[in-house]
Write a protein that binds this ligand. Sequence first.
Ligand code: 6R9
Length: 580
Amino acid sequence: MSNIGSYEKRRENFSWDIAKEVLKWEEGEILNIGAMCSDRICARGDGEKKALIWQGFGGKQKTYTFNDLRVLSNGFAKFLKELGVEPGEKVCLFMDKIPELYVSFLGVLKMGAVAQPLFSAFGDESLEVRLLSADTKVIFTTRKHVKKVRKIQDKLPALEKIVVVEGNPNKLRDEEIYFSMEDFRTEDFTAYESGPDTPSVLHYTSGTTGQPKGAQHGHGSVWGQALTTSWVLDLKDDDIYWCTADPGWVTGTSYGIIGPWSLGVTQCVLDSGFTSAAWYQFIQDNKVTVWYSAPTAIRSLMRDGEGLVKQYDLSSLRHLASVGEPLNAEAVIWSEKVYGLAFLDTFWQTETGSMMITNFPGMKIKPGSMGKPFPGIVAGILDLNTNEPVTEPGTVGLIAFRPGWPSMFKEYVKKPDIYRSKFVGAADDAMPAELRVDESLWYVSGDRASFDKDGYYWFVGRDDDVINTGGHLVGPFEIESALVEHEAIAEAAAIGKPDEVNMEVVKVFITLNPGFEPSDDLELNIMNFIRKKLSPLAMPQDIEYMEKLPKTRSGKILRRYLKALEWGHDVGDLSTLEDD
Ligand code: 6R9
């Protein structure tokens, strides 16, 4: 029997208070994600239960119980307090998927500060814009990654402390602090009394224009994360759960930390590079039962074929789900054939904090569809011109949601106007205070889709120029700004180019400065330049030289035109593009 039971019944009798029942949480109890994922689980008698089964490069393994999480996160919390960090201040977590990342996340939240996890493959420029924007006060990192922090620390006036939590302490600079979590096991720490709107997790997400925006969540997000984890991922007490996402991205925190641990479920983490064989081995060794992954990984597994699947015992698996990009019908059908289980597609965003449109255990799956709105979520498709909800099945428009679900983001850090612009349908002066309750508004996702006559949603594409590569969003503006810092490049435009496995990869169009000629060496140099500055995800896979870039009359580069050419779409009327 699945946790959700009947989707229709759940929709009819829905209240977010059911999350409290699922968490066995009573009025007056603490609402602090750090404490709810560790102290509460121990208090209910599960302190000795395994919380984290971790495996690193070379097969190195470590296991932590919920009691370990409790005392180790207490240590981080106490340490931060002693450093003088105040509730509400931002603490960045910049490390690989090592145990310290997961534990420090809980510790930061426990003492009331804001956890700002950043993808450890980010280069110094990606790191700099995000730390600068958030006025981050402390960064936890490792010996391996501290060099990138050193490179930019002088440009970050708010950054007071650099704390290295792993690696050789001897090679640190005087002002850097070494913190070994095992040496700071702390029995008692009173968690900060947060409320639902107290800032908790901060994730940066890329848009079409400008630098990435910091989507701020609150501790109340746990209601949405716990309930969706229970009903969609169907986690039960004895499951061994594996979320393959990195906590540098929202899936890795909402469903790679908060969802499973708030429910007291054991999860495993694999912190080593992807190979299909290593993943199957990991599932076999740990007897993974529930697996949450992404289409790019699934397509890579498909490419390595059924023969490889047969070499492993994957019989422990009972439930699979996917997020991050469109899950093609072929991948759903293949997974059903080779694993005996279809991957259930789930759609949501950094801003939504929890799943919005999903397939549910027991529900009829239409391969290629994202499924139906989660009970309690009012979804709609808004007309592309009028922003009015469409009623006709099959009409393509913008996916939108009525505000009011518990995991909805609270703000974009220092960008109230952009935050406001994500909501349509109300007078400006009604925002933002009433935003969370006013059901006359729509939060507009920035994605296009349609629904069919049975109420299933079908993804069409993004409504903007953001590139989705392997389930990770990359902003074209960030890439273009970095490109023009290269001495050879005069102007640049970045778009997503179709790719069989990653859905999209970055392609750039550039014009060269006088004195520079196209060459293989230059191409390699540009690729490396971006990889180091931004990240491997943002690195262009294809560079096209142009005499000049197509522009609007006002001088804006016509990315959409370049994209249409690349994808073989109708370029349309250039004069309308010019008005954009
Ligand atoms: C959770 C997460 C959000 C964007 C979203 C959309 C794309 C996510 C999808 C999907 C098609 C799905 N996306 N899930 N597209 N089908 N099931 O990925 O958050 O990094 O903010 O990305 O990803 O374009 O708007 P985030």
